[in-house]
Write a new protein. Sequence first.
Length: 278
Amino acid sequence: MNLGIRAHDFSAETVEELAEKISQKGFQNIQLALPKSFGSINSDVGNLSPGFGNHMRKKLAEKNVQIAVLGCYFNMVDPDENARRKSIEKFKEYIRYASCFGCKIVGSETGSFNEDYSYHVDNHGEKAFQIVLETAKELALEAEKFGVIVGLENSVTLTVHTPERMKRLLDETNSNNVQVIYDPIGFISPEKYKEQDEIIERSLDILSDRIAAVHVKDFIIENGERVIVPSGKGLLNFELLFKILKKKKPFVEFIMEDIREEFMEESIKFLRETYEKA
């Protein structure tokens, strides 16, 4: 199992400290969001360089860790057009320097009409879809120049909330450089969690050929709301998920997320054992 984690789920002051912690847990890859892991480093538009990317890549490689996804998450339907345009240009810069970080995927979610990313009634409408489509096409043109993948993550509360809507986005973007960071929970709403097997099977049937990486976490339902818990402590059918992915996407990079350090070892053991048995 090619297992990694979001770098900012660790607390670390330097890339050397981060690399050491990741290596000690046995992770092989990370999703790196520079501002979240290293807030003191200016990673805004115009501040990246080949030297910076190479420094990060080399320090991680010394501990046999690679960057699977360079996170540049932004709100693609941000109602503040100036902020949205700035984020697009930042994403393009990440695309241009991704190879220096030793990374092939630059990732983002699709966004919400609420600036805080919370659910908005219009997120699932046609206007939101068209804005995301326009943005994905623009990013694809840049990604094609540099041989980089634009990885888009799904979420039930954001603009791309169903497998069918993600498939439509991929089809209409019409670029192999736009692919999916698949979050299994991201298609499972609190109301439909008992239908998760059908949702997982349908998602992978529709999207498996375009999945570039997979996020892993677990969930429970409390008071009608979905609550994230460590993998193996919730309701997600990992056996089914891994059985299909082992066949359809061998060696795909799995990235743990939303987990505190004290719960990591137990979750890692659960995930590796479940994957091995699947």
